[in-house]
Structures are given as C-alpha cells and as structure tokens.
Design a protein around this ligand. Structure first.
Ligand code: FAD
Length: 390
C-alpha cells in the first residue's frame, strides 16, 4: 500500500480501483503504478478485449488551422506517445508496431489546393514543440507511384509528417504485460461491475459481491456511460452512446513504412508484415454490434480503388466494435460533481490511442490534487450539463 492516499478500513486494499482494461484503463493503471499507487484493475472480459482490441491503429492530428487547446492537447499526445511506447517496449521486450509513417491525403478537386496550402502555412506555425517540427506539405504527385493512385490527385496531395500508426492489439498487450509484471498492480478479469454506490464508496459486482474503493476511475468504454449516468440526479439523456465501426485487415505485398492514406473518412493504414488495415464505418444505429456486412465490403472496394496495389490483397480479418461517443462529443475526464472520488476516463471516440496516455496522467493529477489544465469541454461536469440540457 502506498502512502499517497489515506487508507480506509475494509476496502479493496488498493489506492485506486479502475473499471475497464481498454486503452484508457491500461494507461491509467500503468501511470498510477509508476506514481507509486497500488492499483486494482477490473475488467468484465479480458484486458484489451473491448474496442481497444481493434485493428486500425491510425494516430492522426486534427487539422493545423484554427488552433485551440484541444488541438494542442492532441498534438502533444502524438508527439509524446513514441517516448512512452519506447519505454514500454524496452521494459517488456514486446513490440507495439508503432511507426511515424505520416499520412497522404489526395486532393481530388482544384478548390482543395488553396485550402491545403493555407494549412501548410498553419502547420508551420502550430505543429512544432521544442526540437520536434512536423509538416503539412502540398505535393503535385505521390512519391511512390500508385500510393495513392493519381486519378484521385487532380489537384495534388498532402503529406502530413505527424501522423503515425500502432497495432492496437500489440500496444494493449504490451501495457497489459507491464502491468502483470508490476508489483503494485492487481488485475482481475471476468469481473463485471453493475453499479457504483458513491456514498458508501462501494461498487456492486455481477456475481453478487461488492468492493470498496478509495478512488475509482471509470474507464469502461461504452460501459462507462450507464455507470456514470446513474451517479447523480437523473439526466435528460445518457452521457454517451456507442457508435459502431467496421474495419478489415488485408495482406498485401507492400512496404510497411508507407504513409497511411486518408480520404473522406476512408483510412488505409499499412502495418508491419505487409498488413494494411482498412476503416471505418460510423454507424449510429445497428442491430448487431459485432457483425460485419456490405458497408465494410464497400469500404474495402473504395480502398482498392484508391490504392490499386491492394487490388489483389487477401482480406485476413473482418472486425467490428463500438466506439464510446460522449453526448458532448469530446473525451470525458474528471470527477463527478456528486461523487468526488469517482473519476471518468472515457469517450475517446476516434482518437483514444493518440491521447490516452495524456488523459490518464490528467486524471491521476486530479486524484492526487495536482492542478490540471484540460479543455473545459473534456470535463465530466461539462458533459453532465449537456446531458441535462443546460
Ligand atoms: C472500427 C473502429 C476503428 C477505430 N480506429 C481508431 C483509430 O484508428 N485510432 C484511434 O485512436 N481510435 C480508433 N478507434 C476508437 C478506439 O478504438 C476507441 O476509442 C478506444 O478503443 C476506446 O477505449 P476505451 O478504453 O475507452 O474502451 P474499450 O477498449 O472498449 O475498453 C473498455 C473495457 O471495459 C470493460 N468493461 C466495460 N463495461 C464494464 C463493466 N461494467 N465492468 C467491468 N468492465 C467493463 C470492457 O470489457 C473493456 O475491456 C476506432 C474504433 C472503431 C470501432
């Protein structure tokens, strides 16, 4: 037991209980243990078996224009992530498939060129930090023929040198391994949390048991919203909802250091070993969360048109999962106003892998009473106001 937080009798024995072992909960557990806290990490299934066990792994920045605190935070996340990953890989001996390969964005229409050139200037202003500077360069044609096909590059294309990729499964496995090796961390898998009693500081479990906590982080992905929504007075609408996404993994004869391609919501992300991940659909209504269908087939066809060298690539996996999307749109972080020992860490929607480590640090700062500067729209209090209709 660490001496960072006061101990209460009859509790789990941990300073911090975390619900959910997806990318958010995993980073939170790692960072908490690094700060000397004893951690109990619970997951209804296995670590990394939720949406974070997907296959796309695109790490992309917001556009470099109209700079604000949210864009800065995501930029900082993308700049700092490789250092976190290098430490993790050195510690565990496991590779995560991280590489800053950059991104290519075709410009199919002439009017897009001046916009891209404006972004090129804005990236020069905004995309740098110390020795790290990244570019949004407008080019006339692709450096590697056919990646993407020139038909889509009527007005040229953009090369963004900030974007990167990582294997979601390898990254979650590596953090999970580091946690299993850490003496301050206890992991319990197959433990489904049904509810939280903030007054008694107890969580209710599906097996009929209960568990006390001192501080609690709710990082249960889509499962976070019902747990958090029930904590205070009734809300007009839930704090968030699941959005289905489908993706596929192809096996192609291509170099794994090619930049990822992005066009109108379509991603083609080259990974290690000639694998290329294709994503993603965004579905607000669906019957089966985990089935794949013709929408994914259409996406794969669109990717083959954009990059003909994928034409004959074999599809080795179809995958679908649920992204947690908060009612306010942004990630949800921080203490609940009616339950000050319960902290949200969820709702990353499409950008969780680029910022999960930073938001984990932010929530731990809050727990330990260290001042934190996060965009207001990320705070749980903000999302509760939105859900109340205020
Ligand atoms: C098709 C698709 C493509 C995507 N592509 C990208 C991408 O390229 N880049 C990117 O950054 N993001 C991407 N995302 C989004 C990203 O995958 C998610 O935002 C992220 O994985 C969410 O992580 P999480 O930790 O919040 O949730 P999860 O990974 O779902 O983890 C939550 C965990 O909590 C557990 N849990 C849930 N409820 C309970 C409960 N009541 N009790 C105990 N345990 C519970 C679950 O078992 C699970 O393990 C994509 C998502 C999809 C669907």
């Amino acid at each position: 037991m660490s001496d960072k937080l006061p101990q209460r009798s009859g509790q789990s024995g941990a300073d911090l209980v975390i619900i959910g072992g997806g990318i958010f909960g995993l980073w939170a557990a790692r960072k908490a243990a690094q700060r000397g806290l004893d951690v109990l990490l619970l997951d209804a299934g296995r670590l990394g078996s939720g949406t974070s066990g997907g296959l796309l792994g695109a790490l992309m920045a917001h556009m470099p224009d109209r700079w604000n605190a949210k864009k800065q935070l995501q930029f900082d996340g993308l700049v700092s992530l490789p250092f976190e990953i290098a430490a993790l890989e050195a510690e565990t001996g496991l590779e995560t498939g991280y590489r800053r390969t950059g991104r290519l964005i075709p410009l199919p229409k002439p009017h897009l060129r001046p916009i891209a050139e404006r972004h090129e200037r804005e990236a020069r202003l905004n995309w740098h930090q110390g020795a790290h500077a990244f570019a949004w360069s407008v080019m006339d044609s692709p450096a590697v023929a056919g990646w993407p096909v020139e038909d889509y590059c009527q007005a040229g294309l953009v090369h963004d040198t900030l974007a990167a990729r990582v294997s979601p499964r390898r990254l979650t496995a590596a953090i999970g391994q580091a946690l299993r090796d850490h003496q301050r961390v206890e992991i319990r898998e197959g433990v489904h949390v049904l509810g939280i009693d903030p007054k008694r500081k107890v969580i209710r479990l599906a097996d009929g048991g209960s568990l006390g906590f001192q501080s609690l982080v709710v990082a249960a992905g889509c499962g976070s919203f019902p747990l958090l929504s029930d904590l205070g007075p009734a809300l007009n609408e839930p704090l968030g909802r699941p959005v289905k996404g489908q993706a596929a993994l192809l096996r192609a004869e291509i170099a794994d250091d090619l930049p990822l391609l992005y066009l109108d919501g379509l991603y083609a992300v080259p990974h290690e070993g000639g694998h290329v991940a294709i994503g993603s659909t965004s579905e607000n209504s669906f019957e089966n969360a985990f089935s794949t269908d013709e929408k994914l087939a259409a996406l794969i066809e669109a990717a083959r048109r954009l990059a003909p060298r994928l034409q004959k690539a074999e599809v080795v996996e179809h995958w679908a999962g649920l992204r947690p999307r908060a009612v306010g749109g942004d990630p949800v972080v921080g203490a609940h106003p009616d339950a000050p020992d319960v902290f949200a860490l969820t709702g990353g929607f499409k950008v969780s892998f680029g910022i999960g480590h930073l938001l984990a640090d932010a929530v731990l700062d809050m727990i330990l009473g260290v001042p934190v500067a996060l965009p207001d729209s990320y705070l749980l209090t903000h999302h509760i106001s939105v859900a109340k209709g205020e």
